[in-house]
Design a protein around this ligand. Structure first.
Ligand SMILES: NC(=O)c1ccc[n+]([C@@H]2O[C@H](COP(=O)([O-])OP(=O)(O)OC[C@H]3O[C@@H](n4cnc5c(N)ncnc54)[C@H](OP(=O)(O)O)[C@@H]3O)[C@@H](O)[C@H]2O)c1
Length: 292
């Protein structure tokens, strides 16, 4: 089945962020009509000139009806700072269902089907019960964490500082998540009511990632394993909200136990090509970590 709502725009939330941004770019690249949503409409307009920008604040339900009106699909991302999903993401799903704005593709996280602690679990449960057509993407650890959470440590400190021990992660490039979203929205019926676990093609240790950075940047980047309290303090110094600091620390501690190491072949199967590697990501984005 092809996307019958193709003339209606697909509403992409979190479009100024990693995942939503990649999805908006891939959908536009596939020739699909896109409505980009977020709290900063001017920024959305500047980032995505061919798309229709719309104001959406997940903490203000009054912004929901206009955002979903006339949409022919919804790509939903949970912003890291939002833990209470009931009055925010789940309420948006209800508004979208009433407006007939599906199908819905939700960007979740690996293990969210069984892990009740992550907020994504409650969104998945709500979406599955909503009666709307849904597809859930459950990605593993992002390569883009190097551009985000670790960027300053690499750029100014020549180090990756995380409490991951010698754990490995099957890093996924979020550009591939965008490309999968385009595959799904081009033919939603083929992916209806299905959840996909998505990982990159190989599991790397942080020492190996540091070596890739060193090769590409022409200066030595080292991996300095952090202790759990040391990392918590490190994040707090950046003035991140406490809950976010705790969640990030726990996620990295999980890497020590190999939680993000399993490689899943689903991504390459959906894309019909090999997924992007960490080596490719670092080479493409090397300007991000040039010395200040
Ligand atoms: N990092 C990883 O390794 C990893 C792995 C698997 C899954 N995940 C999951 O992926 C998601 C994070 O994706 P990301 O990296 O794309 O996040 P991100 O880059 O931080 O982007 C978050 C987006 O949410 C938007 N946002 C924030 N507050 C909002 C609000 N009140 N109303 C509407 N929009 C709001 C932001 O836009 P504006 O502020 O401009 O509106 C931004 O576009 C999280 O759910 C995370 O758990 C992460």
């Amino acid at each position: 089945m092809t996307n019958t709502g193709a003339s209606r725009p697909i509403l992409v939330t979190g479009a100024t962020g990693n995942v939503g941004g990649a999805v908006a770019r891939s959908l536009l690249g596939a020739g699909l009509p896109v409505r980009v949503a977020g709290t900063d409409v001017d920024r959305l307009r500047a980032l995505f000139p061919p798309a229709e920008p719309v104001h959406l604040d997940l903490r203000r339900p009054g912004t929901f009806p206009a955002a979903v009106a006339g949409a022919g699909g919804l790509f939903l991302v949970r912003p890291p700072a939002i833990a209470r999903v009931g009055p925010t993401l789940n309420a948006l799903l209800d508004t979208a269902a009433r407006a007939g704005a599906g199908p819905v593709v939700f960007a979740s996280v690996t293990g969210a089907d069984t892990n009740r602690v992550v907020p994504h679990h409650r969104v998945e449960t709500h979406l599955r019960a909503s009666g709307q057509a849904w597809t859930i993407l459950r990605p593993g650890f992002f390569a883009q964490n190097l551009a985000d959470a670790y960027r300053e440590d690499i750029r100014s400190g020549d180090r990756i500082y995380v409490p991951a021990g010698s754990g490995r992660a099957a890093f996924i490039d979020v550009r591939d998540i965008g490309d999968v979203a385009a595959v799904v929205f081009r033919d939603p019926g083929a992916h209806r009511d299905t959840a996909y676990t998505l990982t990159g093609p190989e599991a790397l240790s942080f020492a190996e990632v540091a070596a890739l950075l060193s090769d590409n940047l022409g200066r030595r980047i080292r991996y300095q394993p952090a202790s759990i309290p040391g990392y918590l303090r490190h994040l707090r110094r950046r003035r991140l909200p406490l809950l976010q600091c705790v969640v990030q620390t726990l996620l990295h501690a999980g890497l020590r136990r190999g939680q993000a190491a399993p490689v899943d072949p689903t991504l390459g199967r959906l894309l019909g090509r090999p997924p992007r590697t960490m080596a490719q990501y670092v080479s493409d984005q090397r300007g991000l970590w040039m010395s200040p």
